[in-house]
Ligand binder design. Sequence first.
Ligand SMILES: *Cc1c(COP(=O)(O)O)cnc(C)c1O
Length: 381
Amino acid sequence: MYQMMTPGPTMVAPEVMQARSKEFANPDVDTDFCEEYHELCGELADLMHTGNEVYLLGGEGILALEAACASLTEPGDRVLVIDNGIFGKGFEDFVRIYGGEPVLYSSDYHRAVDVEKLREFLKNDHEFKYATVVHCDTPSGVLNPIGEICPLLKEYGILTVVDCVASLFGDEVRVDDWKMDVVCGGSQKALSAPPGLAFVSVSQEARDAMLGRKVPIASFYANLTTFFNYYKDQWFPYTMPISDIYGFREAVRLVREDTGRIKRHEKIAGAVRTAVRAAGLSVYVTEDGDNASTVTAVCVPEGVCAQTIIERMRTEYGILISGSIAELSGKVIRLGHMGNNAQEEKVEPMLSALTKVFEELGVVCRIPLEQTFSVEMKNQS
Ligand SMILES: *Cc1c(COP(=O)(O)O)cnc(C)c1O
C-alpha cells in the first residue's frame, strides 16, 4: 500500500483498525450500546464546544449535509447558499431536491467570504429560512470565517447549516460561541477514522424549525428528527453500524488526548504554504489567512499534467496525493495534512517526493519544498 496523504481519507491509527475488528454487541437489543452511543455523542459535543445534542449517523459525511437540508427545507423555502467553493455550491442541489428555492451568494473561489460584503448583501435581502456555508471547502482549501458569518446571519434570524466535515479537529470550530445551528462532520477527515460515519449537532432553534414544519420531511433516512428521542426511547431508526462506531470511538479518544492538534495543524499548514511559495509555485488560495490547516491546493505548473504528478508520486514514491474535482480538476494537486497525517515526519517525505517528481517533469523548485518546510518547522517551534 501507500502512505495516504489525501485530504480524506487519511492514514488511520492501528488502534482504530483494531477497535473495528472487535466482537460486537447487538445495537438494537443491547441497551448498553445506547449508553455508549450517548456518551460518544457527548464527547463529540465537547470537542465541538457545544451544549447542543450531537447525533452520529450511519452514512458518509454527505449524509449529514443532505440530512440537514432534508430536515429543514419545506417546499418554497428560500435558502441562502454561500458559494465560494465546490462544496459550497453543491448545497444548491440538496436545497432544490427537497423543494427549496436556493439563492446563490457567489464569490471568488480563491479567497474566503468577505464578511463586510455579505453584510451589505443581507441589508437588502434577508428573507431566508436558513443559509448554508462550508468551513473548509476541501477542493480548494479555502477556509471561511464562520465565526463571523454565522452570528451575522443570526442577526436576521437566519438559521445556519455549516459543513465542517473537512475542518473539524484540524481547525477550531466553536459551535455555541459562533451561534451555529446545524453543524456537519464526518469520520474520514481530520478525525482519521475510515469513511462511513457522519455526525451533526443541532441547536434548539433548528430542532424547533424541524419539528414545527407544516409539510412532513420527504425522507426517512435523512430525517434528523427520527433521532431526537433516541435516548429517551432507547431506539434508533435503523441498526447502527456498530463496528464502524467502535473504530470511530477510538479515533475520538485519540483526538481528545491530542490537545495540541489544532496548533500543530496550523504550524504544518503554514510551513507547507511557505515551502510551496519559496519553491516558486503557487497556492490556490491567495491569502494565507484564508487557507484551511487541513489541506493545501497547489496550482499545477504550466505544461505539467496533474494526473502524471499524482501517478508518479504513488508509483515511484509510494505516496498518494490527490487531484481536485469539478472545475478545479487538473488545475490543482492537493496535499492532505489532516488528522493523523498532520505530522512533520509524514509531511516532509511527501514534499521531498514532490520536489523530485516536479524535477522529473521539468519543473525545478527554486528551493526544495522539504528544505523550506523543515526550516519553517524549526523556526516556529
Ligand atoms: C469530504 C467532505 C464531505 C463529505 O464528502 P464524502 O463524499 O462523503 O467524502 C463533505 N464536505 C466537505 C467539505 C468535505 O471535504
